[in-house]
Design a protein around this ligand. Structure first.
Ligand code: ADP
Ligand code: ADP
Ligand code: ZN
Length: 208
């Protein structure tokens, strides 16, 4: 076994697809964004340091992220690998990761920039179970979230101004990882500008 990386710009659908694919691969989802938001909420030292970067849409420093990851993948449920969502986001992160665990697939969800703002600005999350929804493209079912306890949450950084900064960080710091992983024969690109279910089908096909 080994680990999988879900790659793509902010709002590409990494979290949405990770939630679906984990049901098939039994690899736990490891989202550095979720871990950072939990640290901010808990008021830990890492959370305090990360918050100012997240609020303005900049990447959190590599050493902070790598500290979180090292701790997370030492946990018992990670011993057969994990599904990384939103990590790595820089070349140094990818280099450090390659020393920690074997990566078998990098699944890139390709979405053009002009789709990103509408995706991010309509994003809703269930505050109870974490399921990701969208005002228009993936609405909460009429009878509520499947967990039965829907609590509507919007991320503080999901604003139009922040999206543009995050997209800039993606193009400058994260997108060079595509060729880094391509050179290593691990990179698979799927068209992310389609229905959610069609993308899931393609991703599962790549993993077969
Ligand atoms: P999205 O993919 O929707 O932009 P995430 O939840 O993955 O959102 O990340 C939210 C924020 O957390 C990012 O804007 C960044 O500040 C920080 N972050 C998350 N993962 C990383 C990472 N691997 N490296 C640096 N910063 C990160
Ligand atoms: P990421 O984790 O890459 O930031 P999310 O999975 O949180 O992205 O998706 C961002 C927003 O776009 C969410 O509101 C989600 O419901 C919506 N979304 C995800 N995939 C699609 C898709 N294929 N078409 C339309 N909207 C989508
Ligand atoms: Zn829920």
């Amino acid at each position: 076994m080994g680990s999988i990386v879900l790659f793509g710009p902010p709002g590409a659908g990494k979290g949405t697809q990770a939630q679906r694919i984990t049901e098939h691969t039994s690899l736990p989802q490891v989202s550095t964004g979720d871990m950072l938001r939990a640290a901010v909420k808990a008021g830990t030292a890492i959370g305090l340091e990360a918050k100012s970067y997240m609020d303005r849409g900049a990447l959190v420093p590599d050493d902070v992220i790598l500290g979180l990851i090292e701790e997370r993948i030492a946990e018992n449920d990670a011993k057969n690998g994990v599904m990384f969502d939103g990590f790595p986001r820089t070349i140094p992160q990818a280099e450090a990761l390659s020393e920690l665990t074997e990566i078998t697939h990098v699944l890139a969800i390709d979405v053009p920039d002009e789709r990103i703002v509408e995706r991010i600005c309509g994003r809703l999350t269930c505050g109870t179970c974490g399921t990701v929804y969208h005002d228009v493209f993936n609405p909460v079912p009429g009878d509520g979230c499947e967990c039965g306890q829907y609590v509507e949450k919007r991320r503080a950084d999901d604003t139009e101004a922040t999206v543009l900064t995050r997209l800039g960080a993606y193009h400058e710091q994260t997108s060079p990882l595509a060729s880094w992983y391509e050179e290593r024969g691990l990179f698979h690109r799927v068209d992310g500008d389609r229905a959610i279910d069609d993308i899931t089908t393609d991703l599962l096909y790549v993993l077969q």
